[in-house]
Design a protein around this ligand. Structure first.
Ligand code: FES
Ligand code: FES
Length: 127
């Protein structure tokens, strides 16, 4: 399988790898798995008082496309509101990275991870 240059770039130079302290109230975590292949993606966001995502980090145990998708998404969500972040579509990720059809589920994993992180934030902050 031939990976696109963008996938290889994000795979070799992943942006924002790592994690934040999950006990920080500004931090929320999304952890998702892909049943098709067993890959796991953890994506964390750090949200400012104004509801804007200030920072994001990820750890992905998976294929090159999954790593590239999560790396890309951590870049995209910065500066977005929570609602804007949930509007990121896996098709946008797949298009940006030129993923082939068999790797579409890797981009779905990244979309699910950001949605799960936003959900986690909302759950943590509902009173
Ligand atoms: Fe094996 Fe994705 S890690 S197919
Ligand atoms: Fe499973 Fe890429 S092969 S997420």
């Amino acid at each position: 399988m031939a990976y696109s240059d963008k996938v290889i770039d994000h795979y070799e130079n992943p942006r924002n790898v790592g994690g934040f302290d999950k006990n920080d109230p500004a931090v929320a975590t999304g952890m998702v798995g892909a049943p098709a292949c067993g890959d796991v993606m953890k994506l964390q966001i750090k949200v400012g008082d104004n509801g804007v995502i200030e920072d994001a980090k990820f750890k992905t145990y998976g294929c090159g496309s999954a790593i590239a998708s999560s790396s890309l998404v951590t870049e995209w969500v910065k500066g977005k509101t929570l609602d804007e972040a949930t509007q990121i579509k896996n098709t946008d990720i797949a298009e940006e990275l030129a993923l082939p059809p068999v790797k579409i589920h890797c981009s779905i994993l990244a979309e699910d991870a950001i949605k799960a992180a936003v959900e986690d934030y909302k759950t943590k902050h509902q009173n």
